[in-house]
Design a protein around this ligand. Structure first.
Ligand SMILES: Cc1ncc(COP(=O)(O)O)c(C=O)c1O
Length: 504
C-alpha cells in the first residue's frame, strides 16, 4: 500500500487493500451457473408442475450468471475491504458498536432454538416461551419497570410502540392530548416517532451545561402535553442531573416520561429509568446486549412500562401461568401487534445469553468500563480535540474540532475520514446538531487501554498533519479501497442498477 503522508501509522492499524473489485455483473458470463444438478437417472419434471404458471416470471430477469467459486470469491474479497467490529475499534458514538462475544452467536445457532416455527403450538415450545418470559422479567428488573413487550424490531420501532402506548393511556383517560416535548439534543428518530405517533413536537433547548434547560421545560408544560421523550445519559453523553425534578414537573401536568434506552449501556446495573421516574423505556438490545448490527438490522427494541401502562402492551406475549407452564396471552386493552411474529427471536436469545453470562455484577462492570473508557479518551484528547462540554461524560464523549477548522480549515468530517486510514472506524460526526464540528466517540467497554492509546495517538497524528499539510487531511482517506466520496450526491442521485457507472 502506498503511504502518501509522513505521519506515523497507529500501532494496531490493519492494512486495507486498494485493488479494485469488479461488480458481480462484470464477473458474469452467459450460461455460467452456481449449481449443477445431475441429469442422468432423474426423470425430467417441468417447473410448472411445482409452481402455478401465473407465478412464473414471463420475462428473463437480467441477473449475474456466475459459478459458486466466483460468487464466494467475489463476496469474500469484498468482505475483506470492509471495516467491521471484529476487525478493530469502532467508536461510532450513539451506536454502541461493542465487540459481540461469540458465545451469543453460538446460542443463536443452536438448532433447538432456530429450527422452531413461531406458529408452533405453545405446549411444544415451552422452552422458547420460558426464554421470552425470562428475558422480559430480566429487562424489567434492569430498567425498574413492571412488564415489557419484546415485539418491536429495533429502537425506532420501540419508540413508535411507546408513543402508541402513551396515546392509548391518555385516550383511555378520555384525554387525547397533543404535544410531546423533546430536547434539542435528541436522536433524530425521536421527533420522527412522535410525528408518526400522531403528536406534535415541542423542542426544549439545552443549557450551557449541555443538559435540559429546566426553566424552558417548565415553561413548555401544559395540560395538552402527552409526555416528554428523553434519554439519560442524554445524547451529548451527559447525565441529566435534574431528572427527578423533570419527572415531577411532567407528571404534575399529567404527562408521561419516555426513556430512549439506546444509552442503557451507560447505566446498566447502576441506576434504573424506573427509579428516575420514567413510565416507558425502549431498549436497543442489539446495542447494549450484543448482537452484530448496523446497516439497518437486525435489531430488537423491547419496550418496558410502569404498572399503569401494562394493560395496553402489544400482544400476544409469552406468559408464565400459575402452574409453571407458559402460553401466549394478549393484555386487556392491547394496542395490537407491532411485529408480524413475536420479535426478532435470535436477537432476543443473544440478549438473554449475554445477560445470563454477565450476571448482575458483570453488567454493572460493563457500564463502569464503558464510562471509564469514554472519560479516559476525553481527558487524553483535551489538548487536541476538546470536549464540547467540559465535565465528566458517561459512555460517550462529544469532542469538537472547531479549533482545527478555525486554524487550518480542517473539519470534523476530514478528521473522521483520516481516522479510517489509521485503522479505526470513524466516530459519529456533526451529531448532536447543537455542537459545532462535533465528533462523538463511544469507545465502549470492550476496547482495551492499548487500543484507546492507539486511537488517541492516531487522532494526535491527524491533528499534527492538519497543521503541517491540511490538504492531506482534507482529502483523506487516500489508501482505503474507497477514497473520498461525494456522499450528498450518492444520496440525491441514487442509481441502484448494475450499469450505474456508465450512467453517471
Ligand atoms: C439515542 C438513540 N435513539 C434511538 C435510536 C434508534 O435505534 P434503531 O437504530 O435500533 O432504530 C438510536 C440508534 O442509533 C439512538 O442512538
Amino acid at each position: 500500500m502506498t503511504k502518501i503522508y509522513s505521519g506515523g501509522r497507529a500501532k494496531s492499524a490493519p492494512l486495507l487493500g486498494r485493488d479494485t473489485e469488479p461488480t458481480i455483473f462484470e464477473i458474469s458470463s452467459p450460461g455460467r451457473s452456481s449449481y449443477q444438478l445431475r441429469t442422468t437417472g432423474v426423470p425430467e419434471t417441468p417447473l410448472a408442475s411445482f409452481i402455478p404458471a401465473e407465478h412464473l416470471a414471463t420475462e428473463v430477469v437480467p441477473l449475474a450468471e456466475v459459478s459458486e467459486r466466483d460468487l464466494v470469491g467475489h463476496f469474500t474479497r469484498l468482505s475483506h475491504r470492509q471495516f467491521s467490529v471484529d476487525l478493530g475499534a469502532y467508536p461510532l458514538g450513539s451506536c454502541t458498536m461493542k465487540y459481540n462475544p461469540k458465545f451469543c452467536d453460538a446460542v443463536a445457532a443452536d438448532p433447538r432454538l432456530n429450527s422452531v416455527h413461531p406458529a408452533a403450538p405453545a405446549p411444544l415450545i415451552q422452552g422458547w416461551l420460558e426464554l421470552l418470559v425470562t428475558l422480559e422479567e430480566t429487562l424489567c428488573e434492569i430498567t425498574g419497570m413492571s412488564a415489557a413487550t419484546l415485539q418491536p424490531a429495533a429502537g425506532a420501532a420501540g419508540e413508535l410502540t411507546g408513543l402508541l402506548l402513551m396515546r392509548a393511556y391518555h385516550e383511555a383517560n378520555g384525554d387525547a392530548r397533543r404535544r410531546v416535548l423533546i430536547p434539542d439534543s435528541a436522536h433524530g428518530t425521536n421527533p420522527a416517532s412522535v410525528t408518526l405517533g400522531g403528536y406534535e413536537v415541542t423542542t426544549i433547548p439545552s443549557d450551557e451545561r449541555g443538559l435540559v434547560d429546566l426553566a424552558a421545560l417548565k415553561a413548555a408544560l401544559g395540560p395538552d402535553v402527552a409526555g416528554i421523550m428523553l434519554t439519560n445519559p442524554n445524547t451529548v453523553g451527559l447525565f441529566e442531573e435534574e431528572i427527578t425534578e423533570i419527572a415531577a414537573a411532567v407528571h404534575e401536568v399529567g404527562g408521561l416520561l419516555y426513556y430512549d434506552g439506546a444509552n442503557l449501556n451507560a447505566i446498566l446495573g447502576v441506576v434504573r429509568p424506573g427509579d428516575m421516574g420514567f413510565d416507558i423505556v425502549h431498549m436497543n438490545l442489539h446495542k447494549t446486549f450484543a448482537t452484530p448490527h448496523g446497516g439497518g438490522g437486525p435489531g430488537a427494541g423491547p419496550v418496558a412500562v410502569s404498572s399503569r401502562l401494562v394493560e395496553f402492551l402489544p400482544g400476544p406475549k409469552a406468559t408464565r401461568g400459575d402452574d409453571g407452564t407458559f402460553s401466549w396471552s394478549t393484555p386487556a386493552h392491547s394496542i395490537g401487534r407491532v411485529h408480524g411474529w413475536h420479535g426478532n427471536a435470535m436477537v432476543l436469545a443473544r440478549a438473554l445469553a449475554y445477560i445470563e453470562v454477565h450476571g448482575g455484577d458483570g453488567l454493572t462492570r460493563v457500564a463502569q468500563h464503558a464510562v471509564l473508557n469514554a472519560n479516559w479518551l476525553r481527558k487524553r484528547l483535551e489538548a487536541t480535540l476538546p470536549a464540547a462540554y467540559d465535565r465528566p461524560c458517561m459512555h460517550e464523549c462529544v469532542l469538537t474540532s472547531s479549533e482545527l477548522k478555525a486554524a487550518y480549515g480542517v473539519r470534523a468530517l476530514d478528521v473522521a475520514k483520516s481516522l479510517l486510514e489509521e485503522g479505526f472506524h470513524a466516530p459519529t460526526v456533526y451529531f448532536p446538531l447543537i455542537v459545532d464540528e462535533a465528533l462523538m466517540f463511544e469507545p465502549t467497554e470492550t476496547e482495551s487501554l492499548q487500543t484507546l492509546e492507539a486511537l488517541a495517538e492516531a487522532l494526535e497524528t491527524i491533528a499534527q498533519r492538519a497543521a503541517d499539510t491540511p490538504e492531506l487531511v482534507q482529502g483523506a482517506p487516500w489508501s482505503t479501497p474507497v477514497t473520498r466520496v461525494d456522499e450528498a450526491r450518492a444520496a440525491r442521485t441514487l442509481i441502484p442498477t448494475e450499469d450505474a457507472a456508465t450512467r453517471l
